[in-house]
Design a protein around this ligand. Sequence first.
Ligand code: PAF
Length: 326
Amino acid sequence: MSMTITRRLALAAGIAGALFAAPAMAQTQMTVLHALPLNSHYGAGAQALKDTLERLTNNRFRVNIQRNDNEREGVESVQIGTAECVITSTGPVGNFVPAVRNVDVPFLFRDYAHARGVLDSDIGQGLLNQFNARGLVGVMWLENGFRHLTNSRREVNTPADLRGLKVRTMENQVHMRAFNTLGAQPTPMAFSELVPALQQGTVDGQENPIPVIVANNLNQVQRYLTLTAHVYSPAVLICNPGFMGRLNAADRTAFMEAARASQAANRARVTSDENTGVDELRRRGMTVTTTVDTAAFQTALAPAFAVYERELDGALLRRIRDWRAQ
Ligand code: PAF
């Protein structure tokens, strides 16, 4: 039976369609880890990375955001490739890339503009370049914020008030030395262990930026907040070298644009949390000490500063201190 013209046309169109249809694009699933709730400055950074990368690649990349509040484990996962990327504070990072310890030194950065300016300059890029030799790619500096002290025992105004307080610190040698020098008892542990440790009295206090204290409701387990701003806490987007190496040029450009969007969203959220967070914590019942004798804390830390100068990179520390916006 001969085919009708209509059926022939339909068949031809089908064959042409099959020949010329765009090949199905392979999808890349990737995981980004971070330690905080979605509604936080890390959550904002991770979400911006996801939205931008998925949009720029027409969803060929699908980003799965996962919480892991043990940051050392997060970095290890990226190193061995069970996760593609992590947004982490530098807390544990010096154990992988020792040069990063330089930016963990207390009272090194004057304010947010100084910290962001240095990390976005060739100084910050020089540190990111050092991740490669450690089986990691340092992609972009993000931000955790200036750290402040909270505790359940007493108002802290001077270094003397810290004496004997058991303070949870990150697993970070530079921070531990500072708290030891101030006469506190630093107790390093992963963030995942913090709330039970505060509830059970294993530690009296902890120190973290305002955005972390707010997002994790630490006011429920801590009464006193002192705005010590004793150290700036950088965060960093770190990725797996195999994952980064497999990106073609266009996808790499898209990924770097997504990383910049992540940095912008993360920093904007830190700024807005800083503007509203202290009042929010007061409203939730915390006693806030705002008049801190910063000079007294810096003087008390002099022996620690001497060790940092010797054991870290003294020249780099001076460059960071002397940095001024152009
Ligand atoms: O205290 C810490 O461990 C870090 O500041 C945190 C809360 C995990 C955010 O990076």
